[in-house]
Write a protein that binds this ligand. Structure first.
Ligand SMILES: Nc1ncnc2c1ncn2[C@@H]1O[C@H](COP(=O)(O)OP(=O)(O)OP(=O)(O)O)[C@@H](O)[C@H]1O
Ligand SMILES: [Mg+2]
Length: 595
């Protein structure tokens, strides 16, 4: 028990230190942040003037009537108004500066986190769920933001009130203060016990909330799958299950909080009642002046309020520290080094591609060999097709060429040089991929085509679209190239999307073209249109074509047949078609019989 507590303590101190490191992000805004902090101290100190002068005012009111007292209370009231005006003025700037420094710093953290995320190696994304990652950027950073902009000022204000208040009541009457302070240890100890319980429960609640958010995100992303399987009820049950666990935990936390609040009401205010009762006795005995007594009571209320606000503050801080840990985890992770700096030195590849004895298994499933000593060479400008049953490892070869992953053994070479000797940016800029599932970004068709080369002019884009046989359907839209696609625009068909992807690839003008089932989702007519576009695109470049439909690859210079991660046959369509007992021959007989 003790050992665990000690460890917890060390861990939470460590994570607190970690959290404080994020304050480095405020550095560029220190010219606003530090003045805001100073203002905060000043306004907090000025708020102490309120109970002080108010005590004076009420005390004066009792003796009102004589001229001197009347002029004195006028003076006190005016001072109070002046203090309030000053405080209001400073508070205005304090909040604006604090918000400026905080929001700007937070935006920087957000930018850094996002830019880290998109630079993570592919494997990272198979190990983390998309919902979880986007919730870090959304929910966790919002928590940190609230902590910085709302909780930090709270901490400072309440601490100043607490310390200042204690000093003032001590000066007003040390005896009464001693009576009051004797009550405090009890209050503080009980508070820390409650605080700990509430904190751990609120962390659990956060985790549960994140879990249920992942369900929402993922099902909304894959809403068509949910609907097509009529799984609305199933998902609703899954969500309400997760939500139920969240509610359970929050209710537990609420119970702890409820206990705490009733405790505050009874014990804290009971203690205040006791102190005031004692003070009244002192007043009767003439041991304390009336205005001192007033001041004492008002300050005590402020101190009580400050004390009472600490559990909430603590739970906010704790939430923020947890969020910080998760965000810092992303910020500390290794990204892939794409080598953006040496883009200028990249000369165009000739297009020679070679795989030499490549073996590979995905890091997330290290025990399964996806590729086993695969070797092949593709000469510059050659058109090579890879065929084979589903799961054979065809797309994996494409991923290795793009260096989304590195082979476990063996080498991938471009123009005779190991792929690892090029920077990722240099390497990937030489290739363009037309995938089977084309993802278009929200935005115009024009922007989506320009994704292949962000510096493209309008004329280049249109030319690329023409070559991709896409210009026709694009001009049919009333808004042409400005037509919005994706979530809030026109939904394009699979074939139209593929032609946009081909236009992208044309614009990118790569030395090496990778087609992963680029015509698979098309009818024969659009397939012909796309095939023509592809034929044009492949001219003069090395092309690696993956296709299930063998009719599309008959023209290939060479066909590699992949099965269970190994190349089992290679040759032209003619050669492989006459090979007795060959895999290709069997596949093609099956397909052409079906056609
Ligand atoms: N990210 C991944 N993590 C772990 N295993 C993977 C991953 N991607 C693919 N695999 C596995 O690697 C094997 C080869 O997959 P790959 O996608 O290369 O097949 P494919 O030949 O392209 O199949 P298809 O024709 O169906 O597209 C499969 O067994 C698959 O389960
Ligand atoms: Mg595949």
């Amino acid at each position: 028990m003790w050992g665990k507590n000690k460890k917890d303590g060390r861990e939470s101190r460590e994570s607190m230190r970690e959290a404080l490191r994020l304050f480095a992000y405020l550095k560029p805004y220190r010219r606003h942040f530090f003045p805001a902090l100073a203002c905060l101290f000043i306004t907090a100190a000025l708020s102490l003037a309120f109970p002080y002068l108010m005590g004076e005012l009420i005390g004066g009111a009792v003796n009102v009537g004589t001229d001197s007292v009347t002029s004195q209370i006028d003076r006190v009231a005016l001072t109070l108004l002046a203090v309030l005006a000053l405080q209001a003025f400073i508070a205005y700037w304090r909040i604006r500066w604090f918000a400026f420094a905080g929001e700007s710093g937070l935006a920087d953290i957000r930018k850094d986190t996002y830019s880290k995320l998109v630079r993570m190696p592919m494997n990272y994304f198979s190990e983390h769920r998309v919902g979880e990652l986007s919730s870090r950027i959304a929910a966790d950073l919002t928590l940190i933001r609230d902590a910085l902009i709302l909780t930090v000022p709270q901490i400072i204000r309440q601490s100043v009130m607490l310390v200042g208040g204690l000093i003032f009541i001590f000066v007003s009457s040390w005896k009464l203060t001693a009576v009051m302070l004797s009550c405090i240890p009890v209050v503080v100890i009980l508070m820390s016990i409650f605080g700990r319980g509430i904190r751990s429960l609120s962390k659990d609640a956060q985790d549960e909330m994140a879990g249920s958010n992942v369900i929402v995100e993922e099902t909304l992303q894959g809403i068509s799958s949910v609907k097509s399987f009529s799984n609305e009820a199933f998902e609703t049950r899954r969500y309400s299950g997760a939500l139920g666990r969240f509610v359970d935990v929050t209710l537990g936390a609420a119970r702890a909080r409820a206990l705490f609040v009733s405790f505050i009401i009874f014990v804290l205010f009971g203690a205040i009642t006791f102190v005031v009762w004692y003070g009244s006795g002192m007043l009767g005995r003439g041991e304390i002046e009336f205005h001192e007594f007033n001041r004492f009571v008002l300050f005590s209320i402020f101190i009580g309020a400050a004390l009472g606000s600490f559990p909430d503050i603590l739970s906010q801080v704790h939430k923020a520290v947890g969020a910080t840990a998760r965000v810092r985890e992303i910020l500390a992770d290794e990204t892939e080094d794409v080598g953006l700096d040496d883009t200028l030195q990249v000369t165009r590849f000739n297009g020679g591609v070679e795989m030499k004895d490549v073996s590979f298994s995905y890091p997330s499933r290290a025990d399964i060999d996806v590729l086993a000593t695969v070797s092949f060479t593709v000469a510059p400008g050659e058109r090579v097709a890879i065929v084979g049953p589903s799961g054979a490892g065809k797309s994996t070869i494409v991923q290795l060429l793009l260096r989304f992953y590195d082979p476990c053994s063996g080498e991938v070479r471009f123009d005779g040089k190991n792929a690892q000797d090029y920077s990722l940016q240099a390497l990937r800029s030489q290739m363009a991929i037309v995938p089977q599932e084309v993802l278009l970004f929200g935005g115009s068709i024009k922007e989506n085509i320009a994704y292949g080369w962000t510096g493209a002019e309008e004329a280049d884009i249109e030319e690329a679209a023409r070559k991709a046989n896409a210009h026709g359907f694009i001009s049919d839209f009333p808004e042409g190239y400005e037509t919005l696609v994706g979530d809030r625009g026109v939904k394009l068909s699979g074939g139209q999307r593929q032609r946009i992807a081909i236009a992208r690839a044309i614009l990118a003008d790569p030395a090496i073209l990778l087609l992963d089932e680029a015509t698979s989702s098309l009818d024969s007519e659009s397939e012909q249109a796309v095939q023509e576009a592809l034929d044009g695109l492949m001219k003069g470049r090395t092309s690696i074509i993956i296709a299930h439909r063998l009719s599309t690859i008959r023209e290939a210079d060479r066909i590699l047949v992949l099965r269970d991660g190994q190349i089992v046959e290679s040759g032209t369509h003619e050669e492989l078609s006459i090979k007795e007992g060959g895999v290709y021959r069997m596949l093609s007989e099956l397909q052409f019989a079906a056609d």
